[in-house]
Design a binder for this molecule. Structure first.
Ligand SMILES: [Zn+2]
Length: 379
């Protein structure tokens, strides 16, 4: 099947994750597709709850590792068409995951030749990228000592431009304690809500100073804040909050998302900085739960020269405002070897309703992967 038809086929298999749907059906389809290619050995790698990665290889000493994720975000309410019924319109394909990243999967799949190519390669199609990175974590655990690739290319990219860096991702929740008092006398307590926001503003300024030439400054988003009178935890472990106007709130809960641009900014370091800013404002940090602690990825552009030469006038993705790309985990696991993203997605639409991908990009990406696989000198 050509890359455009494959994109449509993959869109028609829902692969978002909720209580009734997951990546199982699309993974089975990809597994069957790869199993028909005689020079590849194709295996399923169990991840969790019947969800599995698909791994195919020509040899267990691959030089080139190609990767893509099988899942999409959940469909939002504002689709004008059925998200899992692909539609071809104005030289684009519309459908959930068209850009992110079923067209990228199609570009890789369609590029695999009938005869074994000169380059030894491994392909990883994995689950859970849009959620908690369970698929990528499972792969790195099992393969970190088994393989030593020289180049890793992910099709999770935009605009047929090369990605070479991204900031990391730190996310955690925290519970912060102040002191209650009578509202009529603000000095009788320490307001956990207003003092927390002051501390977060100061923390944001500190975080900014962790920068790098490639990735600019680190940034902070206060994603959630609630507070009130502390009434203890309920059976689900959630904080119960009183809402009485005449009492100074003595407890607050926050969720913070940070994009580190520099290796030295880790979750541990952020918690240390937060604690110190809270203490300056009379508050105590009493609990933190870290959800993500992922560093930045930087491959130097000159380390990608041989790959970028495969296309005329190569373009690059500006890494400063790019989201976290879990290719970073592979980069870190495999000794910071050259890693890049190259994919057909449209930069305007991932995670948006009415997502589409230009047909021109799909064909261009498919051509690139064909060239990459058949050019052993690029590695
Ligand atoms: Zn993606």
């Amino acid at each position: 099947m050509n890359a455009v038809d494959l994109t449509k086929k993959l869109i028609s298999i829902p692969s978002y994750v909720d209580s009734s749907t997951n990546e199982r059906e699309i993974a089975e389809y990809v597994y069957q597709y790869l199993s028909k290619i005689s020079w590849l050995t194709t295996v399923k790698q169990n991840v969790e709850n019947n969800r599995f990665n698909v791994i195919a290889y020509s040899s267990m000493s691959p030089k080139l590792l190609l990767v893509g994720h099988l899942d999409t975000v959940q469909p939002s309410a504002n689709w004008q068409t059925s998200p899992t019924q692909p539609i071809q319109k104005n030289n684009t394909i519309i459908g959930l995951g068209s850009s992110d990243m079923k067209s990228g999967l199609a570009a890789i799949l369609s590029s695999l030749p009938k005869k074994k190519p000169a380059t030894e390669l491994m392909i990883l199609f994995y689950v859970d990228e849009e959620y908690d990175f369970a698929g990528m974590q499972r792969f790195t655990q099992e393969y970190q000592d088994k393989i030593q690739p020289q180049l890793i290319v992910s099709a999770d990219g935009d605009d047929c431009a090369f990605g070479y860096a991204c900031r990391g991702l730190i996310e955690f929740s925290a519970i912060i304690k102040g002191k209650s008092g009578h509202a009529a006398n603000p000095d009788s307590g320490i307001n956990a809500i207003t003092n927390t926001t002051t501390a977060i503003k100061q923390l944001t300024r500190k975080i900014k100073t962790y920068s790098s030439p490639e990735l600019g400054a680190s940034t902070l988003n206060l994603a959630y804040l609630s507070g009130g009178q502390n009434q203890g935890f309920n059976q689900q472990g959630q904080l119960e909050l009183g809402r009485q106007g005449n009492i100074i709130p003595d407890i607050a809960e926050i969720i913070i998302d940070i994009r580190p641009a520099n290796q030295s900014l880790t979750a541990k370091q952020v918690v240390k900085l937060l604690r110190s800013e809270l203490e300056k404002n009379g508050l105590k940090l009493i609990q933190t739960k870290i959800r993500h602690d992922l560093g930045a990825w930087i491959t130097k552009k000159q380390d990608l020269l041989k790959v970028t030469r495969l296309v005329n006038n190569p373009k690059f993705i500006n890494p400063n405002n790019r989201g976290y790309v879990d290719l970073q985990m592979l980069w870190q696991t495999f000794n910071q070897i050259a890693c890049t993203t190259y994919g057909p997605g449209d930069p305007a639409c991932p995670h948006q309703p009415n997502e589409y991908v230009p047909i021109k990009n799909i064909n261009q990406a498919s051509k690139f992967y064909k060239l990459l696989i058949s050019s052993p000198d690029t590695i």
